[in-house]
Write a protein that binds this ligand. Sequence first.
Ligand code: ADP
Ligand code: MG
Length: 709
Amino acid sequence: PNNSMKSPNRQFSAGNGIVNVDALATKRKALAQHRKSLPIASVENRLIEEVRKHDTLIIVGETGSGKTTQLPQFLFNAGFSGDGKVIGVTQPRRVAAMTVAKRVAEECGGNLGQKVGYSIRFEDVTSSSTRIKYMTDGLLLREALLDPYLSRYSVIIVDEAHERTVQTDVLLGLLKNVQDARSKSLNNLQNTKNQKTNDDMQSKENGAQGFRFLKQYQGRTPLKLIIMSASLDAKIFSEYFGGARAVHIQGRQFPVDIFYTHHSIQDYLDASLTTILQIHLEEGPGDILVFLTGQEEIESAERLVKERLKQLPENSQKLVAVPIYSSLSSEHQMRVFAPAPPGFRKVILATNIAETSLTISGIKYVVDPGFVKARYYDPNKGLESLVVVPVSKAQALQRSGRAGREGPGKCFRLYPEDQFGKLEDSTKPEIKRCNLSNVILQLKALGVDDITGFDFIEKPSRSAIVKSLEQLFVLGALTDDCKLSNPVGIQMARLPLDPIYSKALIVASEFNCLEEMLISVAMLSVESIFFNPRDKIEEVRTAQKSFASPEGDHLTLVNVYRASNEFLEKRSGLSKEKREKAFRKWCKDNFIHSRSLTNARDIHRQIRGHVEQMGLRITSCGDDVLQFCRCLAASFFLNAALKQPDGTYRALANGEVVSIHPSSVLRNRPECLIYNELVETSRKFIRNTTRIDFLWLTELAPQFYAMQN
Ligand code: ADP
Ligand code: MG
């Protein structure tokens, strides 16, 4: 015990399984102290008052002031989760929902999944005793399908509303309706109840009905709605909610020195590494936060940091790189919060998740290349792509702010100063730049038929709505009059997947290859299965040979998945740790991202469950590869491309010129192919491609190809 008093943070459970009470108490105390020191702590009573007074409240406060972790606890303590009701908190990102829930469970001194839990697509860590529930905005939208009044919730907090993800925007519209409906039904019921009581006194036979009625009434309380945002501009939310009250929480921000480069930079990944090492060697203590655009970039940076460290002099301070991005497993996610080991400086390689969703303590230096990966949609072409684009001024400011949370800091922007002036003021809401078919299908399933008439906080363009309706129609989800009343559409809406993937599963059950399609969809749902280090292309190809299918990437992914199954089954006798270690090695040897593959295996299990529940037949086409390829054509006909004389491809649905991504196993340039993703970097690349026969398209998707002639 004495020993543990000295290092309360690192050891609170003794090796022999006996809980070290002293250390636990110390840790509790430290947590309580931390909570008290947060800017939001001093306004607890005022906030609770505001929530009591107003059904809708907007809370604006700087990142790190304690909104996400503290407010739900304040509400709980003030009794807002009485009667078994739940305080729901939505987040645009899975990682935020998970890590914050973990933190709050710890602060409450209980196990995750008890009083505090989280629920995200493919993972539900809640129980009947959960009172504070963190979840993604998309998940709450799905819950509304089963419980239109969201009657389990007394309060719903829409967090990170400034991010304006498409799911947040739709959720705001939905919540506005639900809140309205709940108040109305409450008033009506109140009136009828008074009436009923009089009637009941006159006629005892009405007793049973009166009971049923009472039960219904008790289930419905008004819905408290809290919109939280890190952007200082609360006007748009306030206006949308009929002039709702907005309160500001004073933050704490130390000065941050901003540095720019002299010239524009070609390779920002390389420049980031140089900057990291420069900070490490020349600046005082403090951790570094680097903003990159995605998993692949982060993983290469992680590798490169390790390599360059080897060149450092022996006796210099050490550096440890910690990645954080959405598809990281939860145990890895929590590592960013752990303090660096003594003698180490921590460099966090993050996506824009660390911009406002997560606050990591200890950061003094920010490296900001100034880019973010975003979805873009061209409704005229029906073309959605992932593009790396410059951040907005608001984002750049949020990022630099991360360096000044605990003391003065420095931010290194990897672009010249005049470039900053040219950035957009704020990011365009996602709903204005994404394919809407997913949203429309969800809204239709929720009973919103008139999409253009829906009360969006900002309306998507008419052309985007029309194009997406058209797409749902050719996928067979909607009837001629754009109604969701056919069995295929209803099944599609039930699956927690992009409509095109839901459709693929339904089609595959008819083609007798649902087993293969389930694997494909799971593998396509993670960022990238194979490593593609630029300097090791040949080694990767050799390693991939044993999986590669001449037909293309989809069957290759199926082969990888099955090989992983076989590998794990053979080692089923080993302990969990040994098996996992062997698995990681196997992945490494084969240039496979073990984290991605593990995620994909998880997702597979979940979608399989959904599909079984729906009663679809899961069968395999066995060696009949042709059957599977035909099924891919029938499913992904919207993403078909035809070879041109110059060797590039033309996407049939929109005439776009595209090239096969270098990571594809398809090398012999087939005449016709389907793909699953379009990424735009220096060129427009299509990823995950499989060769098909052009004639299959008119045979299997006449509704589209006959129309296009
Ligand atoms: P806000 O939502 O206002 O940005 P948060 O409630 O997320 O603020 O964070 C408040 C404080 O809690 C921050 O100082 C942050 O460092 C700390 N914190 C949040 N999550 C964790 C975690 N998982 N581990 C350790 N500290 C955390
Ligand atoms: Mg927050």
